[in-house]
Design a protein around this ligand. Structure first.
Ligand code: PEP
Length: 250
């Protein structure tokens, strides 16, 4: 089964509108037409509209870094999937470990947000991953299974075809420590086997990104693994040259 590689840059809480436009434009100009890889960038909420406009007609997609599960209402401070769609987003990252860790986001919230994204025509990138403590305690697979069960609850096979998963071991995010290709592949293969139990043959079509200190010099080996179908890139996506080298890594 061939799955089109998917690389998404998560800019986290970085860059003003002007700085975001500068970086997005540099990536757009350098990347040209894309054939065998799908690419998206996830700027801060306040830059989404301007960046989406700048990238119109290009092969780069725009992603929100989070969304709320209701479409509208008395929810001060929230941004809904409906509004992300309105400003030109195609994707939304859901359940990033920084949201789980600092904003107590639960698997139930991830599930509601994933459904809201799908309901509004956005393609969700659902993040899962274990902490260092969980890995050391031999709980990696159990943790991932719980996150998949909770986060993907009540999704249909058709829904699942629109979802990308991102395996991001928490101990590798922003730390410079990367999972070895073998460590990452072991968990990716596990995720695909759980998806196969839940969604049958659809599992072969679902893309599973790896995230956690992906850099130009380790991308080719990681992305060369059987069940690694792309990358969710934090730090290295803030430099156009590094991000481009990850996109092109072979
Ligand atoms: C991320 O933010 O999802 C991430 C993987 O960050 P980094 O690449 O910096 O580890």
């Amino acid at each position: 089964m061939s799955r089109t590689r998917f690389v998404c840059g998560n800019w986290k809480l970085h860059k003003t509108v002007a700085e975001s436009l500068e970086l997005a434009t540099a990536i757009k100009n350098a990347v040209g037409p894309l054939r065998d890889v799908e690419v998206a960038i996830a700027p801060v909420f306040t830059a989404l509209h301007a960046v989406a406009k700048r990238l119109e007609g290009s092969s780069l997609g725009v992603a929100g870094q989070d969304c709320f599960w209701e479409d509208q209402g008395a929810w001060t401070g929230e941004v809904s999937a409906k509004l992300l769609k309105d400003v030109g987003c195609k994707y939304v990252i859901i359940g990033h470990s920084e949201r789980r860790q600092h904003f107590t986001e639960t698997d139930h919230a991830v599930n509601l947000k994933t459904k809201a994204a799908l309901r509004n025509g956005l393609l969700p990138i659902v993040c899962v991953g274990e902490t260092e403590k969980e890995r050391d305690a031999g709980e990696t697979f159990g943790r991932i299974e719980t996150q998949l069960e909770g986060g993907l609850r009540e999704l249909s096979n058709d829904d699942m075809l629109k979802v990308t998963l991102a395996y991001e071991p928490v101990w590798a995010i922003g730390t410079g420590r990367t999972a070895t290709p073998a460590q990452a592949e072991e968990v990716h293969a596990y995720i695909r086997s759980r998806l196969s139990d839940k969604f049958g043959s659809v599992a072969e079509k679902v893309r599973i990104q790896y995230g956690g200190s992906v850099k130009p010099d380790n991308a080719a080996l990681l992305l060369g693994q059987t069940d690694i179908d792309g990358a969710l890139v934090g730090g290295a996506s803030l430099k156009a040259e590094d991000f481009l080298n990850i996109i092109k890594a072979r």
